[in-house]
Design a protein around this ligand. Structure first.
Ligand code: M6R
Length: 622
């Protein structure tokens, strides 16, 4: 999704903006641009299509643009094709060519999000004599700010407030006004934005990694709020123009965690960070062999009264929900429904008033998941969010928050956040089971002891990663791959298949092994790779039978099971073993070889592992 960075201070702005935008590249983009202002002089806009390095080359790494105040943007096309003209910043007045050069206009700005009523607003502005140069909704919103600015009191705050009332949709807006040098104005609704303060400097960004190097002290700007940024200060306003007081929050992530640290790709670095991330998440709520959910705010009485759990999420976060469903129902005996947030929000769900809606999200900004959370709250259902990004919209709006401690995840393909979400799910299931007397203290202690071994078992799997590298290289020409498993193994197959698809562009499907016969098996041909996951002993024989069915139709079989199940070698052509664990936690181990498989296949095919085509890290639009 799009990225925003803004800076005002004593040093040159352009290099800071380019550096910040580079930190947001992982979010996905197709073009980029900067607007820099030098004191009272007019702003200078430079835009380019394609990678950020083109913009950097064009501006001599920012050195060609003089000025200590500026805004920058990486665009991920929604309205209008990827092009230099559609790239941000956009301006309120007339522009020539693709919109680069000195800006006579009153307003210049960048925007993340989607303006839903942009056609209607465009019509209105056309009638008032405005001309449009791009196909974007952003140009409409910038011109609308200009329209209200000129119509009323030439006050940025009032013009922005009037615009916010008039537009529908989501936005993080970052604007400069010609008549107000030394100021950047920002506003947001349903699109992330943070403001960082350092000595005499103010930063604004759509995501933490962009400013982490410069400032750890941030303000979270709320929905339907705006702010005036000057050197080292931020003044916040609500829609009525009243000033709002805010507290600075310290970001605990360190800057190194947002760098590659010697790995070729962020994804491999993050795969290797899993033992640490999992251990940190476990230790955040397990102390002295007891689970302490007080930081999350879940009361025992509340846990006892839960009639039904709804887990709602998207993508990999949804997959962790599927694992949690199996574990929660088995341990705590609470009925669980897992739902895709994009479906949940529109299907008019009938929710039990004593139910608990658990939303799961790494970014805490996924538009569908946020909408699902709001829907649950509107219906008066208690909500709990499992979130990685502190201060994100979902974290702020949920009744209770279980923070995963994965640290910043940069690769588009999630790995460590997925693993920590699994841990959060297990811990909730274990504690709910204890409180509801489905397990006793001894069983809990046994589960905790086992859970604590997961980080070192992941380490052990990673020590043998070259085996997956070798196997993946052999599959470089694979066309279709099937993942099969039952129960928790099926849930892991969903994730293994997504990892393969999203970064190696190989078509793959995950199937509940017993479902294969109901149609999909007709796709198995000579040499089709079928990856089977078998970590659940009660389902082992059943899945082996399904593997045999595939093999007799020509499939090439990979079996992924636990040490000890050596009989698998009679059926599988290639076998991967993972350490034994309590079977409830098996997904935490079986997913690792599948992450490696996706990674190495992508590398073998010469693809951009961290920034797969068409994808964005955080999907903040529907
Ligand atoms: O930030 P979220 O966890 O809400 O994101 C949800 C999905 O977009 C995400 O898990 C996506 O499927 C992953 N990038 C897949 O690796």
């Amino acid at each position: 999704m799009c990225g925003i960075v803004g800076f005002i201070g004593k040093k040159q702005a352009a290099p800071v903006l380019l550096d910040g935008l580079a930190k947001l590249e992982y979010r996905g983009y197709d073009s980029a641009g900067l607007a820099i202002r030098n004191g009272n002089e007019l702003a200078e806009v430079v835009k380019s299509q394609g990678r950020l390095k083109i913009l950097a080359e064009k501006t001599d790494n920012g050195n060609a643009l003089v000025g200590t105040c500026g805004i920058g943007h990486t665009r991920w096309a929604t309205h209008g094709e990827p092009s230099r003209t559609n790239a941000h910043p956009h301006v309120s007045g007339n522009c020539t060519g693709t919109g680069s050069g000195q800006v006579e206009s009153e307003v210049v700005g960048v925007h993340n999000g989607i303006i839903e009523n942009f056609t209607e607003l465009r019509e209105k502005l056309l009638k008032h004599g405005y001309t449009f140069y791009s196909q974007t909704d952003t140009e409409v919103v910038i011109k609308l700010v200009d329209y209200y600015y000129k119509k009323y009191t030439h006050d940025p705050q009032e013009a922005i407030a009037k615009t916010m009332v008039r537009v529908r949709g989501s936005y993080a807006l970052c604007l400069m006004f010609k008549s107000y040098p030394g100021e950047i104005w920002v506003a947001r609704k349903d699109s992330p934005m943070i403001i960082g303060i350092a000595d005499g400097e103010t930063y604004v960004a759509s995501d933490v990694p962009a400013i982490l190097k410069y400032s750890r002290n941030v303000y979270y700007i709320g929905n339907l709020e705006m702010a005036k940024l000057t050197e080292g200060t931020a003044t916040f306003y609500n829609l009525d123009g009243d000033q709002i007081e805010k507290e600075l929050t310290e970001i605990k992530w360190n800057a190194e965690s947002a760098e590659k640290g010697g790995y070729e790709h962020f994804m491999m670095k993050e795969i290797h960070e899993q033992p640490r991330a999992v251990a940190d998440t476990i230790h955040s709520v397990i102390k002295d062999n007891k689970i302490d959910l007080s930081s999350i705010g879940l009361e025992e009485e509340q846990i006892k009264n839960i009639s039904q759990i709804y887990i709602v999420a998207c993508g990999s976060a949804y997959h962790t929900g599927v694992v949690t469903q199996y574990v929660m129902e088995d341990l705590a005996k609470i009925p669980v429904r897992v739902e895709l947030a994009s479906e949940f929000r529109y299907r008019k769900p009938l929710l039990d008033k004593n139910g608990l809606v658990i939303v799961v999200s790494q970014s805490g900004e996924t538009a569908d998941t946020l909408a699902a959370l709001r829907l649950a709250k509107d219906k008066g259902i208690k909500t709990l969010a499992i979130v990685n990004v502190v201060g994100s919209s979902i974290a702020r709006e949920a009744d209770n928050v279980f923070y995963t401690l994965a640290g910043p995840e940069i690769a588009v393909a999630t790995t460590k956040a997925y693993s920590t979400q699994l841990i959060a799910g297990y811990i909730l299931a274990m504690q709910f089971a204890l409180v509801r007397n489905e397990i006793d203290e001894d069983k809990l202690a046994q589960l905790i002891t086992e859970l604590r071994t997961i980080p070192q078992k992941i380490e052990k799997i990673l020590e043998d990663k070259e085996r997956m590298q070798w196997f993946a290289a052999k599959q470089v020409n694979a066309q279709d791959v099937f993942f099969i498993g039952r129960g928790i193994d099926y849930a892991v197959c969903l994730e293994g298949s997504l990892k393969m698809k999203e970064i190696s562009y190989v078509h793959s499907e995950a199937y509940a092994a017993g479902e294969l016969k109901h149609g999909t098996i007709s796709l198995i041909e000579d040499g089709t790779l079928v990856i089977s996951v078998l970590t659940q002993s009660s389902l082992y024989e059943k899945t082996v039978s399904n593997m045999v069915e595939c093999k007799s139709r020509g499939a090439y079989l990979m079996g992924l099971t636990t040490y000890g199940h050596y009989g698998i070698e009679d059926t599988a052509d290639f076998t991967v073993y993972i350490p034994k664990t309590d079977e409830h936690f098996a997904a935490s181990l079986s997913v690792v070889p599948l992450q490696l498989m996706g990674y190495y296949l992508s590398v073998s095919r010469g693809l951009d592992v961290d920034k797969p085509r068409n994808l964005a890290k955080s999907v903040t639009v529907e």
